[in-house]
Write a new protein. Sequence first.
Length: 255
Amino acid sequence: MNRDLEGKSIIVTGGGSGIGRAAALACSVAGARVVVADIDAAGAEETVSAIRRAGDDAIFVATNVADEEQVEALVAAALGQYGRLDGAFNNAGLSQTNLPLHELTAAQWRRIQSVNFDGVFFCMKHEIRAMLKTGGGAIVNTSSTLGRVAMRSAADYCGSKAGVLGLTKGAAVDYGDRHIRVNAVLPGAVDTPMVQALVSDPQFADLIEKIRASHPLGRIGVPAEIAAAVVWLLSDKASFVTGAELAVDGGFLAI
Ligand SMILES: NC(=O)c1ccc[n+]([C@@H]2O[C@H](COP(=O)([O-])OP(=O)(O)OC[C@H]3O[C@@H](n4cnc5c(N)ncnc54)[C@H](O)[C@@H]3O)[C@@H](O)[C@H]2O)c1
């Protein structure tokens, strides 16, 4: 069994569903003590219960990542419970509004940016403050293949995820000399409630087949495949990796 995160204390945002839940479970299996953060208490409690049933250690901290005070409290709770913060997977996110750019209201735009972009900034700011006190750590941010290329009616999402890549590189450059590595994972289409909600929208009825066909591996991914990359990036096995964009996308960006 891979115990590459043995004893590390790790925050996972959006840990109540999909990729975040899979990552929280995988971090735990790899030996980490996990702080599951989400606005969805029921989903997050389910993740924590699954970890505890396996005999491992996790806590839930209700957090809206778009609210800096709540993020500060999340990091304080992690420090209170485990004494230090070694890693973080900043993954909470919202799907696009599904409107072309000129139809987006300011409120719709802000809703997506506040979670997908501001949320990653707030998380990194407070996580890095904690990591600086204990000599370093590792952060992984969830961007998307749509941070690199676009699809229709998703400019709000694409913009937010491209922003995450810039934030990731900026932090990697600022904190490399203080032993904090910061990387981004770029999932292709992954079978989670987010994608299930998108393809259940009648205007996207034939989308799932198109999505499959656009991935050279001929299928969409499963959350555990993203989680495996996240565990590696958080672990000391990735000790010379920082500022990287790791596509875990079935080849989507290679076309
Ligand atoms: N599923 C995909 O195909 C795919 C592809 C590329 C990138 N992503 C990204 O991966 C991440 C996870 O997506 P997923 O597919 O697992 O989606 P999901 O909807 O299954 O999970 C997202 C989780 O984030 C939580 N969340 C939403 N807003 C929050 C907030 N303000 N504060 C705290 N938690 C919040 C939700 O409650 C949920 O538990 C997102 O950032 C998403 O943009 C997903």
